[in-house]
Design a protein around this ligand. Sequence first.
Ligand SMILES: [Ca+2]
Ligand SMILES: [Ca+2]
Ligand SMILES: [Ca+2]
Length: 442
Amino acid sequence: MYRFIIFIILAIHAASSAVWSGPNYNAGCALDLDYLTHDYGSEVDGIESEITGVEGREIVVAVVALQAVELDTWQVSVTYDPECLEFTGGYEEYGGVPNFMRKEYGSVLWMPPVERIPGEAVIAAALIGDSFAQSPDGSGAIGFLKFRIRDLSETISLNLAEVQFLSASGGYDRIMDLKHAAIIPPDTIRPVVKISADETEIDAAGIITVTFSEPVTGFTASDIRISNGGLSLFSGDGQIYQFTLTTDKKGAVTVDIPDNAASDQADNGNIRAEQLVLECIKNAKPVISGEPPTKIQVGEIYRFTPETYDSDGDELVFTVENEPDWAKFNPAEGSLQGMPEDRHEGVTAGIVITATDIDGESDTLGPFEITVVKPPADDNPDDGAGQGEPAENDDREETPEPESAVSPDDGATEGAGETGEDPPLVEEGNGGGSCFMDSLLF
Ligand SMILES: [Ca+2]
Ligand SMILES: [Ca+2]
Ligand SMILES: [Ca+2]
């Protein structure tokens, strides 16, 4: 008690300069905004100097002596904005956290904490008696202050001031190593996210970076929406993520991240990202296919259009090599059409049709050949007889009736030779052409 009175006198009259220095010149004092973690043995462990507050709620602040030596008597002022914090009380012990002053089982004289002036709470205590053995060394909570948060529109500072320690041996120190505290408003700002790529053009694959304005959790590959492509090798955490974007085909590729794909520490979901649009320049080769008829009869119409496919949807242009004189080639669709005359009889070989896309990639059909043959003998009995093309008489037995009707007597030699040229053509005078086409196509 004696020492305590002396200390208060010292604190009031000699606070501005140390009268004499004591063993606590290296000691410190801290405010801990979360007394639930109170492992103060190693100075900083367990001290939360900053915490997110909630308007209207109470907060308990532990006053912690750090590296004290023979601590006997102390006084601490805590200043704050009284518009924002309402002082509601002080405690020697709180929530089961023991008071450092009782560490050596000494009796403590506890000064009821007071708000001396609005915005400054004063707290002090002293050991009763002067036993060196009861004066604690080390770190621990020496008192607790409770406030109600009135206004948390901005960060509230809690500052230590006039921290003075008196040792059991009477050494006085004004403590300079002070760890102040701040109550910060809850985070109501939603994370903003940006999707970026090194280049606006992309071939088969490229690296995409996703950057949030603050660390987030819950962001996964499945949150990323991609059109005309996919993704692999997703990685990252906190604020920055990366993945490999793989493209499907030529054209626009878009990447989106929707609202609330990830959330910040305060559980605010992100605002959806501005869409990233890249141009895929990967070109797929066109494909040309089809089975052009290889035989046509004089006087019939030849018509062939290839089938084409370009997975990019490119418009194709066509060229032809070695087209027959009697056929016309359409460069827009790659088709060959025409009607051979007698003079065209024979073979046109080495016909190649090429389809080319806008990027110059091409595919070819062929080479193939078209043989122009004479019309059936029964239509021209006078000129067909002598020629005969026995090489193709492989179907003569199929059409015995028309043959016998025309020349029942000599069918075995000449007649058979005529008709054998191309039996399907002979079957019907009118529909022979289409029948012929069908037989070649199927
Ligand atoms: Ca703590
Ligand atoms: Ca936020
Ligand atoms: Ca293409």
